[in-house]
Design a binder for this molecule. Structure first.
Ligand code: S3P
Length: 160
């Protein structure tokens, strides 16, 4: 399974709950990038820009696809064409975690570990709007995480 969705959609929380429930390992791509580079995400953005970050993200995505388990991605992974194609074409189930923008923004606006979230609200909204169709194009299922963790997990495990 691969979880995609905008910042604040709950990918990490849902991945952990699914991993516990299914007895599967969880791979957090942001964490894999930290490990690969020895840098934090803000450091990578500051030193190598978003383009540098996307290349690392692609690399860890490729490596993650070599193993079983649940892959929790960073919100912008689908903006990089090579990563988008991998996710769109994988045999794994791809879940788009979504929620109303206000809900997402509330969860990310004070977070200084997310370089792309510390912008004015309208810019973050424009980023969300620019991505949403790509999430949909890559996903097998879209789940609204605003209804809470338990319902989210049930929707994923027993889709109607
Ligand atoms: C990003 C989302 C972040 C992280 C980086 C870039 C984005 O992951 O990969 O800050 O472009 O939306 P989360 O979605 O886990 O916050």
């Amino acid at each position: 399974m691969i979880l995609i969705g905008f910042m604040g959609s709950g990918k990490s929380t849902v991945a952990k709950a699914l991993g516990d429930r299914l007895g599967q390992d969880v791979l957090e791509l942001d964490g894999e990038i930290n490990e690969l580079t020895g840098m934090t995400i803000p450091e990578i953005f500051a030193e190598e820009g978003e383009a540098g970050f996307r290349k690392y993200e692609y690399k860890v995505l490729l490596a993650a696809c070599e193993n079983d388990g649940i892959i929790s991605t960073g919100g912008g992974i689908i903006t990089y064409d090579d990563s988008f194609e991998i996710i769109r074409n994988t045999d794994r189930k791809v879940i788009f975690l979504n929620a109303p923008f206000d809900f997402l923004y509330e969860r990310i606006s004070d977070d200084n570990t997310r370089p792309l979230a510390s912008r004015p609200r309208e810019q973050v909204k424009a980023l969300y709007d620019s991505r949403v169709e790509r999430y949909r194009a890559a996903a097998d299922q879209e789940v609204d995480t605003a209804c809470g963790l338990d319902e989210t997990i049930e929707s994923i495990l027993s889709p109607t």
